[in-house]
Design a protein around this ligand. Structure first.
Ligand SMILES: NC(=O)c1ccc[n+]([C@@H]2O[C@H](COP(=O)([O-])OP(=O)(O)OC[C@H]3O[C@@H](n4cnc5c(N)ncnc54)[C@H](OP(=O)(O)O)[C@@H]3O)[C@@H](O)[C@H]2O)c1
Length: 287
């Protein structure tokens, strides 16, 4: 019996990592190796090299990241170590071992001043430490391994970890009224959909390196997202729209971060799922 190709997944306790784990049985022709932060802190480069020496994976999906967007403003060094330096090292190690590397990046590489969906080659201009660290990660990945696939995504939620949907569900169950910003526009991404797209790219055996956008289909504000959560759960909580100026945060968020998904759809024949039915599915799984 020939050995199955190995897929190493870092950051496996995060939202995307856990959704990949949920799909493991649907992709039986691969052997998955899931590594959490405790198993493999990606900024410990020797450890990273040792894992490669031991496993020789055919694919690496990097789901690990420093994702505390506001905290990054005061923890700049660690954010860059994890989101940039470690990604460059991973890319180089992948090149050394002929491992195909898929890395996840973000809409925060843009400044949010666009008025139509961002294509992959649009000018980047991050407005936060997190965004800048993720942009440097993209650049280092492609510098040390031009064969890398980078997927930029946005507004990720799932039944796992901390995210907007879970926060809203909690607040709506505790309060009579909440306020949500209505002047930041984007597209939500159910981590399960992103996980499936990543595994379909790998199993398509059609490897086309470069940067790709992926989010679910639809363009909404955070306020509209909250309203949908209220409607799906039939909550009686009142949801009020507020401007971003009424909800200041340490890190600046792009006011418009809709991603154009044409490239990934054409390259890999994957389609983006509707945001609302994806949200309903996630909520049903949570309940
Ligand atoms: N969430 C979003 O809205 C969003 C939007 C755009 C792009 N992205 C990108 O998508 C990717 C996955 O995001 P996610 O939502 O799944 O994030 P997440 O739930 O925060 O998961 C990130 C995982 O990385 C782990 N991690 C942190 N530092 C690490 C280190 N030094 N070494 C190894 N693991 C480490 C975390 O460990 P612990 O579990 O121990 O904390 C966590 O399990 C990230 O690259 C993120 O930048 C996310």
């Amino acid at each position: 019996m020939t050995a199955r190709p190995k897929i190493l997944v870092t950051g496996s306790n995060g939202q995307v990592g856990k959704e990949i784990k949920q799909l493991e049985s649907s992709f039986p022709r691969f052997e998955f190796i899931f590594l959490s932060r405790e198993d493999l802190p990606i900024h410990h480069f020797e450890l990273l090299r040792n894992f490669f020496k031991g496993f020789h994976p055919q694919y690496l999906i990097n789901c690990a990241g420093y994702t505390a967007v506001d905290r990054a403003e005061t923890e700049k060094e660690l954010a860059f170590q994890v989101n940039a330096e470690a990604v460059g090292v991973m890319a180089a190690v992948c090149k050394e071992y002929s491992t195909r590397f898929i890395h996840i990046s973000t809409d925060y590489v843009f400044d949010g001043t666009a008025t139509s969906p961002y294509k992959e080659d649009a000018l980047t201009n991050p407005q936060s430490v997190y965004g800048a660290s993720k942009l440097q990660g993209e650049q280092e990945a492609l510098k040390y391994n031009p064969d890398t696939i980078i997927i930029r995504t946005a507004w990720v939620y799932s039944e796992f970890g901390k995210n907007f949907v879970k926060t809203m569900l909690k607040l709506m169950s505790e309060r009579e009224e909440i306020s949500v910003v209505s002047d930041q526009i984007g597209s939500p991404t159910y981590a399960a959909n992103l996980a499936e797209v990543i595994l379909r790219i790998i199993s398509s055996s059609r490897w086309k390196p470069g940067i790709y956008n992926y989010s679910d289909e639809g363009i909404i504000s955070w306020y509209e997202f909250a309203l949908a959560i209220k409607e799906i759960t039939r909550s009686s909580c009142r949801v009020n729209p507020i401007p971003s100026t009424a909800y200041p945060t340490p890190a600046k968020r792009p006011s418009y971060s809709v991603l154009d998904k044409t490239k990934i759809q054409e390259a890999f024949e994957v389609s983006a799922k509707d945001w609302r039915s994806s949200l309903a599915l996630c909520i049903s799984r949570l309940q």
